[in-house]
Write a protein that binds this ligand. Sequence first.
Ligand code: AR6
Length: 162
Amino acid sequence: GDITTLEVGAVVNAANKQLKRGGGVDGAIHKAAGPELQAACDELGGCPTGQAVVTPGFNLPAAYVIHTVGPVYHGGDRNEDSLLESAYRNSLRQAEYHGVRTVAFPAISTGVYGYPLSRATHIAVGIARQWLREHDRPEKVIFCAFDAATKAAYQAELSDEA
Ligand code: AR6
């Protein structure tokens, strides 16, 4: 699916540390939200890897955009897993803080940033399951898979634990 079309409380953006419009899902979200989104990002002055910041959704159907910065994958021994876990957890924390009931994630870091798909979806599903067990908000997490390989990786991960 295309995350920019989802009518949810918040969509998560796979941003960069500068919060400057890039390609991939970031470019799509900026295009759909309109130029006010970049202006709002500029006011925030950046976001460290593993953290998450929030703006309104502007022209998106989603009320909020949660911008998180996943790690660039350098082979897996540079703390990438714990940074990706933090990106998911801090995004969920922002959703909770803003009272969001449904949040949608793209497969953070698995595009330009080169994270292996199954390693990333394992982290995404694990963190989300743990969060949903322990918190009232958000109530629902959507994993928005943009292509067939991503969809298959999430399906495998979800069925493993079923
Ligand atoms: N809806 C949902 N998922 C999408 C969409 C969409 N409209 N478009 C792409 N994806 P990427 P990263 C998927 O590269 O690896 C940007 O330039 C895509 O197929 O967007 O975290 C930023 O500014 C892939 O599965 O993010 C950063 O500089 C997933 O989204 C950098 O890329 C993530 O791919 C971040 O790289």
